[in-house]
Design a protein around this ligand. Structure first.
Ligand code: ZN
Length: 390
């Protein structure tokens, strides 16, 4: 098995573009790719463009009538008026939408295949992580659920246990829904509480369907949660579950919208804490999944200041050449940022909060603390179902 990592990239993914008024500006993907290049990280791993997901692959998760509706909206965007979630404010239809969405899905499926077959130990698709798409509907800026498709492809290839860990600020509802009744997939989502954020799901009581009790885990964090609480809650829930579940592959979603600068949500997490969780996911893949790790992007709407730095760190972690948080941002990249976005680039690869310190759950908890309450609710709802002590 190669220890080398793989970066999934096809320039055409930047065509996933809902228009100038939409928060998911594809410049975030282009700037991430160029920052990775500016650090020379693309020489440390294999850059691979996978083919776009075909109908049979999309059918592993999505309904045939939905795929047909995406194709119709793609061919005639003006015809989409909200059916199947297409042609809405969140998911406006655009020409070529099917092809580019299937291309992004193909990168995640290709990442899963490479990891499963041992062609790469880790594979990253930062254009992916479109976790809100449902089997039969678009939702929350997501057309095809590449994360669910990657997992479904692993199952098709024979995987018996796949763990999915989603640290986007939004609940990973589409992935949870796709595998709600499938005990082969453990989904864990850490997110801002559904009371204050889209998609208003991800309550701790959502623990999996009748055929798969305890297969869904939801840590619903209070608005305002910062670095210490966020990293603490991750460690208070994820490692024990992975130790019990023993996944053959770990799939992670690294939406960067937990950041305090993000305009669409209300957590207060820094780039440094995001990096700490990326490092933790990498370690957990080695500890519990024989190193097999598929890492995806996700949300993130501070498109210049946050997303490129966060996912460059992610690629550095996967490549085995972590970018030092104290590093300056390469000047060539700063010039590109100014040329493309007419704003000044951030200067360093840190928010000045490295190293992130947090208290371990085994050192005790405070029942009056709202982050600890969120952790407790998640543990109490699901740990007993998995034979673990809450
Ligand atoms: Zn998100």
């Amino acid at each position: 098995m190669s220890g080398r990592a793989q970066l999934m990239w096809d320039e055409a993914v930047t065509g996933y573009d809902f228009g100038p008024e939409h928060p998911m500006d594809p410049v975030r993907l282009a700037l991430t790719r160029s920052l990775i290049g500016a650090f020379g990280l693309d020489r440390e791993l294999d850059v691979v463009a996978a083919k776009r997901a075909g109908e049979s692959t999309l059918g592993l998760v999505h309904r045939e009538d939905y795929v047909a509706a995406v194709k119709a909206a793609s061919a005639d965007p003006a015809s989409a008026h909200g059916e199947y979630g297409l042609g809405t404010e969140d998911v406006p239809a655009f020409a070529g939408m099917h092809d580019v969405s299937a291309l992004i899905a193909g990168q995640s499926v290709g990442a899963a295949e490479a990891v499963w077959h041992g062609e790469a130990l880790h594979a990253v698709n930062f254009a992916g992580g479109l976790h809100h798409a449902m089997p039969g509907a678009a939702s929350g800026f997501c057309v095809y659920n590449d994360a669910a498709l990657a997992i479904a492809r692993l199952l098709e290839l024979g995987a018996e246990r796949v763990a999915y860990v989603d640290v986007d600020v939004h609940h990973g509802d589409g992935v949870q829904a796709a595998f709600w009744d499938d005990p082969r997939v453990l989904t864990i989502s850490l997110h801002e509480h559904p009371r204050t954020l889209f998609p208003q799901t991800g309550w701790p009581e959502e623990t999996g369907g009748g055929a798969a009790p305890g297969s869904a885990v939801n840590v619903a964090l209070p608005a305002g949660t910062g670095d210490e609480g966020w990293v603490r809650s991750f460690h208070a829930v994820v490692p024990e579950l992975l130790a019990e579940f023993r996944p053959q592959v770990l799939v992670t979603q690294h939406g960067a919208d937990t950041h305090f600068e993000d305009p669409l949500a209300h957590l207060a997490v820094s780039l440094d804490a995001q990096r700490a969780v990326q490092v933790a996911c990498h370690s957990l893949a080695h500890e519990y999944a024989q190193g097999r790790w598929v890492a995806l992007g996700g949300g993130g709407y501070a498109v210049v200041d946050v997303v490129p730095r966060s996912w460059t760190h992610l690629v550095g972690v996967a490549a085995g050449r972590e970018v030092d948080p104290s590093s300056g941002v390469p000047e060539e990249w700063g010039r590109e940022v100014f040329a493309r976005a007419r704003v000044l680039a951030p200067g360093r690869m840190t928010d000045g909060r490295w190293p992130v310190r947090w208290r371990g759950w085994d050192e005790g908890y405070d029942p009056a603390d709202r982050v600890d309450q969120a952790v407790l609710a998640a543990r109490r709802a699901v740990f007993p179902l998995r034979g673990l002590l809450a």
